[in-house]
Design a protein around this ligand. Structure first.
Ligand code: NAD
Length: 282
């Protein structure tokens, strides 16, 4: 980066906190600040470690924080941030969580959830097809899983099999997806009559060394793709075993690395467009 393009914080700089607990592990801060510098956007992203009990007060403060343009939101605040928003995209409403908030000039907060978009974008970059195929999402009732399930339906999946021990939340999600995407067959659980073409782990199972595999690899089609959203470790036991068996794989960093354009678009800071936020949230 040239000196002219390095980040310079002055009194005119707009602030974008990233809210999490813990926060030290986040990978997006350098990438977003490098994007601001490269695009000559007078803005800075700063990590803010906010314990769960403090998030409502911080989000309330954002309404009167005039040089704040919005916030990125990570674990465990995505649901509390959803509740604090004044307006939401349909994506965020289905999932019940937000990972990016735009602050409007009047102080109102507009939330979006980009996990599903980023996941499908990473699949495209890896050449993993969605259209017309049977896909399975483990952890589908969670924040990332619901967003991914919705995005896979939107990308033309023929059949989506949803797996999660939380049966009640899973049933609600299945009902909403079936209503929104009548062209996609929605099943709860593994299919008895078909092989799975793409299996996705969107649960946290695999973060701990002694976790079981969240997906039964014996039930996949030969050559089925296996994807994980976990970023620590990047090579989860599921991906290690899938790769050993010769399955194409996609790791959590590949999804995390493509979140930036979607989040910048929601903030109205994506350089490749007319700086207009996508959609018309209500
Ligand atoms: P969450 O708690 O909202 O959801 C997790 C879901 O997994 C829950 O519904 C839970 O019931 C389910 N689950 C638990 N055990 C299961 C099992 N054995 N089989 C199937 N489902 C099971 O969590 P979240 O916010 O959705 O995060 C999940 C994971 O996704 C975390 O590891 C997080 O770090 C990761 N994540 C990655 C990215 C990325 O960009 N790579 C983005 C968001 C989240």
């Amino acid at each position: 980066m040239t000196p002219e393009r390095s980040m310079r914080i002055t009194g005119t700089t707009r602030c974008y906190p990233i809210l999490g607990h813990p926060i030290a592990q986040v990978r997006t801060v350098p990438a977003i600040n490098a994007y601001f510098a490269a695009q000559e956007i007078d803005a800075v992203m700063v990590p803010m470690e906010i314990p769960p009990g403090g998030i409502e007060a911080l989000l309330a403060l954002m309404r009167s924080w005039s040089n704040c343009g919005g916030a990125s939101v990570t674990v465990p605040h995505k649901q509390a941030a959803f509740r604090a928003c004044d307006r939401l995209t349909d994506r965020a409403r289905l999932v019940g969580a937000v990972n990016i908030i735009r602050r409007e000039p009047d102080g109102s907060l507009v939330g979006d959830m980009t996990d599903g978009l980023a996941f499908v974008e990473a699949m495209g970059r890896n050449g993993i097809a969605v259209s017309g195929r049977t896909l399975l999402v483990a952890g589908a009732a969670g924040g990332a899983g619901s967003a991914i399930a919705q995005a896979l339906c939107g990308a033309g999946a023929a059949r989506l099999c949803l797996v999660d021990p939380s049966r009640e939340r899973l049933g609600l999600l299945a009902g909403r997806l079936a209503a929104d995407f009548p062209g996609c067959r929605i099943d709860e659980g593994w299919p008895d009559d078909a092989r799975v073409d793409v299996a996705v782990n969107a649960s946290p199972v695999g973060m701990r060394r002694d976790d079981p595999l969240p997906i039964d690899l014996d039930r996949l089609s030969p050559g089925a793709a296996v994807c994980d959203v976990i970023t620590k470790p990047v090579m989860t036991p599921l991906l290690v075993e899938a790769a050993r068996r010769g399955h194409p794989i996609q790791d959590g960093n590949e999804m995390a690395d493509v979140q930036l354009p979607f989040q910048m678009r929601h903030l109205g800071l994506w350089a490749d467009e007319a700086l207009a936020p996508e959609g018309d949230p209500t």
